[in-house]
Ligand binder design. Structure first.
Ligand SMILES: NC(=O)c1ccc[n+]([C@@H]2O[C@H](COP(=O)([O-])OP(=O)(O)OC[C@H]3O[C@@H](n4cnc5c(N)ncnc54)[C@H](O)[C@@H]3O)[C@@H](O)[C@H]2O)c1
Length: 276
């Protein structure tokens, strides 16, 4: 029997391949036989097949880099793993975490063959997405960057508003909505994962912004933080033929936290920010 998790003969693009979960994904998929192209603002040390310096805040850079990759052959699987933590300016966070994702996906779609797939990283911070479908859908309909920036600025007065959480709700809702059209029209699956705390270079930023108290009491039913590899394996699975009937899905890969909060098994006040 052939290995359905194999990436032999597949051309894979990992956007955000320098560190953390993106680097782990690139390494695993390479070890599984894939030809791995990577995009990032920093050149990774892991041995991938080709690397392009791409700032995922820039639409033109994304378009031309994807076109270059596609000139050599199809893009069977796209993993979008780039992201910015909440320490960065709000619009930059939304640019990398959501707008760069959408731009990269839509640029790749014409080059992804039927049976191909997209998997990206959202976050447990987007866990409120079901209560924000109307608000997020309104934002997703905007095409003008100035209007997007103004819409985000207008949200800053909302209680508990966070551009990071909003960017993650955008990426989940975009994924779930796009799965409905991408699969029937193009035969491409699209999914995302929403990790809980994960031991990557981004972690100190969460401690800085959310507070050590918040990060310490964050419920972790499986114990400590996940490793980048534990998340990368889920992405590798979602991108593979093993997941051929999973589409338009967000997997809370957080050891059970979001499920517990959503069903009342975990007290949601444990996720309230530290008093300032
Ligand atoms: N670490 C966690 O606890 C955690 C939890 C949930 C979700 N996430 C999300 O996981 C994703 C991956 O983050 P990570 O934890 O692996 O952190 P990381 O900082 O190690 O990885 C982020 C990657 O994105 C790249 N990147 C940032 N800005 C870029 C830009 N403008 N253009 C191109 N590349 C850019 C970085 O160079 C890096 O390779 C992010 O979307 C993050 O929000 C992280």
């Amino acid at each position: 029997m052939s290995n359905p998790l194999s990436y032999e003969g597949k051309r894979v693009l990992v956007a955000g391949c320098f560190s953390g979960m993106g680097a782990a994904t690139a390494k695993i998929v390479k070890d599984l036989g894939g030809f791995v192209s990577g995009f990032d603002i920093k050149k990774p040390e892991i041995p991938i097949d080709e690397f392009r310096h791409v700032n995922l805040k820039e639409s033109d850079a994304i378009q031309s880099a994807v076109a270059e990759v596609a000139r050599a052959g199809p893009i069977d699987t796209l993993f979008y793993c780039a992201g910015l933590s909440p320490v960065h300016p709000d619009f930059d966070v939304v640019l990398v975490n959501f707008l760069g994702l959408r731009e990269t996906v839509e640029a790749c779609v014409p080059h992804i063959p039927r049976g191909g797939s997209v998997a990206s990283i959202s976050s447990g911070a987007g866990m409120g997405y079901l209560g924000a479908v109307a608000e997020v859908s309104e934002f997703l309909a905007l095409t003008d960057p100035d209007e997007m920036r103004a819409a985000l600025e207008a949200k800053q007065s909302q209680p508990f508003y966070s551009a990071y959480a909003f960017s993650k709700m955008c990426s989940i809702i975009y994924t779930l909505q796009r799965g409905v059209t991408l699969a029937p029209e193009k035969g491409i699956r699209i999914n995302c994962i929403s990790p809980g705390p994960t031991a990557t270079p981004m972690m100190p930023d969460f401690i800085e912004t959310a507070g050590k108290g918040f990060m310490d009491r964050y419920p972790r039913p499986l114990g400590g933080d996940s490793t980048p590899e534990q998340q990368a394996w889920i992405l590798a699975f979602l991108g593979s033929d093993l997941a051929s009937y999973i589409n338009g899905e967000n997997i809370f890969s957080d050891g059970g936290t979001c499920g517990g909060v959503m069903t009342g098994a975990i007290d949601p006040t444990t996720l309230m920010p530290d008093p300032t």
